[in-house]
Design a protein around this ligand. Structure first.
Ligand code: SF4
Length: 54
């Protein structure tokens, strides 16, 4: 099964990279970006490695 990366905590269980049984990402690394031109708070940031679970 997917191996949790203890350096990347994540609660987005809808993502195919989420470990499901624990709140970690299974990827070796992720890319974080923003959808804002001038990000000012955490809601402005996004995990660009997100992939919707099939
Ligand atoms: S790719 Fe991003 S959203 Fe998906 S489990 Fe990893 S950290 Fe979470």
């Amino acid at each position: 099964m997917e191996r949790p990366n203890k350096s990347i905590e994540c609660t987005v269980s809808e993502c195919s990279h989420h470990c499901q049984d624990c709140n970690y990402c299974s990827l070796d690394k992720i890319l974080v970006g923003t959808h804002e031109s001038n990000p000012t708070q955490e809601e402005c940031t996004d995990c660009m490695s997100f992939a919707l679970k099939a």
